[in-house]
Write a protein that binds this ligand. Structure first.
Ligand SMILES: Cc1ncc(COP(=O)(O)O)c(C=O)c1O
Length: 346
């Protein structure tokens, strides 16, 4: 297959290809052919995840620009922020995180990703939400605060890079186009035929944009179903398609175009909202753990897997069809605040 990524700066960070394996017991239970693409195992630390694919290209670019400080954003339990901090340490950049407290952390007893952020020595700024403020208003305020710090550092001749929430700009999306190519090459190497569906969790949209771009580059046929972890605006699909097209432009593929018709965003399974567990997401986590010994995370993959199970139950995914669930990671938030995790004990 042509190397579409040869001209893009890249630092290898992932243990790749990530494993792809069949979920035998759950396949039998559900009557489908279910496989797992294990991006929870990207490394380099014990808690990998989908962001490492994006960071290979984002930090590759940072290296060419002589960057010293990498700034990024998210919620306090952001997997992306933790993965960015981890990857920065591996590459010698200093990570600076501005994290919005959707769920207030206890600074004397850090949990989950915040504990890992502290362990790798990231500079963490917790941005408390103001009364009446929405999450996206708090995100904007965090960005403003970070930019002020970046301007001050740059005035002292330091070089900074701003990585957006979720690493979802076109550079990050290229990482997931490369992920799709890896998947295709893996299928070929393993002698496995084509799938009917790829199901995964979508948040900031870079994973989806990259998968759609990669699929178009390879002429893939799977239907991509992206299950949303939170409420998305009606223009979400158009924004994801635009991001995919920017990534394709950057790879000098202007004749390959993505439109919202190339994927499905399912908004049916985020429950009451971001970081709020639902009955279905808790059940999904238990079901995969107890059938296959594979751990989902409460915020993203549990909700996506709940969607997959419901699509099978309601016949949208038909008996006998071949489905790959792209496990995007997040297991560190299993050890986050109980309000995020839900009750997994029974
Ligand atoms: C575990 C996990 N799955 C899925 C996603 C969604 O990926 P994206 O933001 O690229 O849509 C995230 C993003 O933070 C994540 O941490």
């Amino acid at each position: 297959m042509k190397d579409f990524f040869a001209e893009q700066p890249r630092i290898p960070l992932c243990f790749s290809p990530t494993p792809l394996h069949r979920a035998d017991r759950l396949s039998d239970e559900l009557g489908i052919d279910l496989w797992l693409k294990r991006d929870d195992l990207t490394g380099p630390g014990a808690f990998g995840g989908n962001k490492m694919r994006k960071l290979e290209f984002l930090l590759g670019l940072a290296e060419t620009q002589g960057v010293e400080y990498v700034f990024t954003f998210g919620a306090t339990q952001s997997n992306h922020a933790m993965e960015t901090a981890t990857a920065c340490r591996r590459c010698g950049f200093t990570p600076v995180l501005y994290l919005v407290a959707v769920v207030e952390p206890d600074k004397d007893s850090l949990r989950g990703n915040m504990l890992l952020d502290a362990l790798v020595g990231a500079e963490v700024h917790v941005v408390k939400m103001l009364p009446g403020e929405t999450e996206s208003e708090a995100d904007d305020r965090a960005l403003e605060m970070a930019r002020k710090q970046m301007r001050a550092l740059e005035a002292e001749d330091h070089h900074c890079m701003e990585v957006p929430i979720g690493g979802s700009n076109f550079t990050g999306a290229i990482g997931f186009a490369a992920g799709y190519v890896e998947f295709k090459e893996q299928l070929e190497a393993m002698g496995i035929g084509a799938f009917d569906y790829i199901v995964h969790s979508t948040g900031s949209g870079g994973t989806l944009a990259g998968l759609a771009a990669g699929k178009a580059l390879c002429g893939g046929k799977e239907k991509i179903v992206a299950v949303s972890c939170s409420m998305k605006a009606p223009e979400y699909e158009a924004k994801v398609a635009a991001l995919a097209n920017q990534a394709l432009d950057q790879m000098k593929q202007p004749n390959i175009r993505i439109s919202p018709a190339d994927f499905t965003v399912d908004r049916g399974y985020f429950g009451e909202g971001y970081e709020i567990p639902s009955e279905a997401s808790i059940a999904a986590m238990k079901r995969l753990a107890r059938a296959e010994g594979v751990m989902l995370d409460p915020v993203y993959t549990a909700k996506a897997f709940a969607g997959l199970l419901d699509h099978v139950k309601t016949g949208r995914i038909k008996q006998g069809q071949r489905v790959v669930f792209w496990h995007t990671g997040g297991a560190a938030s299993l050890f986050a605040e109980p309000a995020i995790v839900g009750n997994l004990s029974d």
